[in-house]
Write a protein that binds this ligand. Structure first.
Ligand SMILES: [Zn+2]
Length: 344
């Protein structure tokens, strides 16, 4: 069974042929945990009606059930996490740590590849894609935090790296969704001194503060820019994490970067061009970012998850079984839930 998206607001649970091995480099993974991503809400709100349906999901943990003859790094029975893009781990871009540009990789739920929301997934390039988790089993208490390594924690970390967060820096995080909250965790982990969260929902702000945010800006637009400047001696932040993707949030992010600062963009851009180029040009602001090479970060972040130094799994505030995934989409879309975990 899988959830299929047939159009805006129309998620249906359907029976599909079982996932199976095709290539010798494939693994078959029985999914035990998956989740709904903020980026899944873009098609959930905008997709034209389709007769065939679109598979969904790109974040999952599961147990290896079968292996192609060329797979070497995982064994049957291993508990594994998959990043939100699959990759061979060997090409020139993977070697540079940019697995999202893998020459032999791709995306879940596209081009005939299974989605992460479903009972089982054929994992292409299993040796490069999957990371074995050193846990007791698929119900380990660390599962929520481990699951964030497939996307949101890696994405928050990527935003922080792109924004050049480091010890003593002033950081502003635009967006209080799961990625923004993980951005706060990442900023603190990298030694930021001041972390300003821009958001307005009380439960999310409270969590951001527990994760290390030192200041809260709930204003929007020009007022938000003014408020951040007040908090930063009039200069703006060294490092700005743009974790939304809307034009308004991007304008705000660019507007609160200090001269010589950097903006790390990880929110999927919903506009064709980068706004306010003239100000950022004269301020020598670095604009960087893109889809996080989550695969590269899993091993970097895993020790901190395993020893409890970071607890990104706290972003999950609702758990649903597979047949309630449609309501999970609704709850996230209506901002009733920060992030929904699917427990199989
Ligand atoms: Zn590659």
């Amino acid at each position: 069974m899988i959830p299929d998206l047939y159009g805006a607001g129309d998620v249906r649970i359907e029976s599909v042929p079982d996932a199976r091995l095709i290539e010798s480099t494939d693994a078959l993974v029985r999914v035990t945990r998956a989740c709904i991503c903020g980026s899944d809400l873009w098609p959930y709100n905008q997709m034209e009606h389709s007769e065939t349906g679109q598979r969904m999901g790109h974040e999952f943990i599961g147990v290896v059930e079968a292996l192609g003859s060329d797979v070497r790094t995982v064994k049957i029975g291993d508990v594994v996490v998959a990043p939100f893009a699959w990759s061979d781990g060997t090409c020139v871009f993977c070697q540079e740590g940019l697995h999202t540009s893998c020459l032999h990789g791709g995306w879940w739920a596209r081009d005939g590849i299974d989605g992460g929301q479903g009972e089982a997934v054929r994992v292409p390039q299993a040796d490069g894609t999957l990371v074995v988790l050193p846990v007791g089993g698929p119900d380990d208490a660390l599962m929520p935090s481990l699951l964030t390594l497939s996307d949101v924690m890696g994405t928050g970390h990527h935003a922080a790296l792109a924004a050049k967060v480091g010890p003593g820096k002033t950081v502003a995080v635009v967006g209080d969704g799961a990625v923004g909250l993980c951005g706060v965790i990442a900023a603190r982990r990298l030694g930021a001194e001041q972390i300003i969260i821009l958001g307005r929902r009380p439960d999310r702000i409270a969590l951001a503060q527990e994760f290390g945010a030192t200041d809260v800006v709930s204003e929007r637009g020009e007022e938000a820019v003014e408020r951040v400047r007040e908090l930063t001696n009039g200069f703006g932040a060294h490092s700005v994490l743009e974790c939304v993707g809307y034009e308004e949030s991007t304008v705000t992010a660019l507007g609160i970067a200090r001269p010589g600062g950097a903006v790390g963009r990880v929110g999927l851009p919903q506009q064709a061009s980068i706004p306010t180029t003239l100000t950022t040009f004269f301020d020598n602001v670095t604009i960087a970012g893109g889809p996080a090479p989550a695969r590269a970060y899993i091993e970097q972040l895993l020790p901190d998850v395993l020893d409890g130094t970071i607890e990104p799994g706290r972003v999950f505030d609702r758990i649903v079984p597979l047949d309630e995934v449609p309501d999970g989409y609704r709850a996230m879309n209506e901002r009733e839930a920060i992030k929904v975990m699917v427990k199989l």
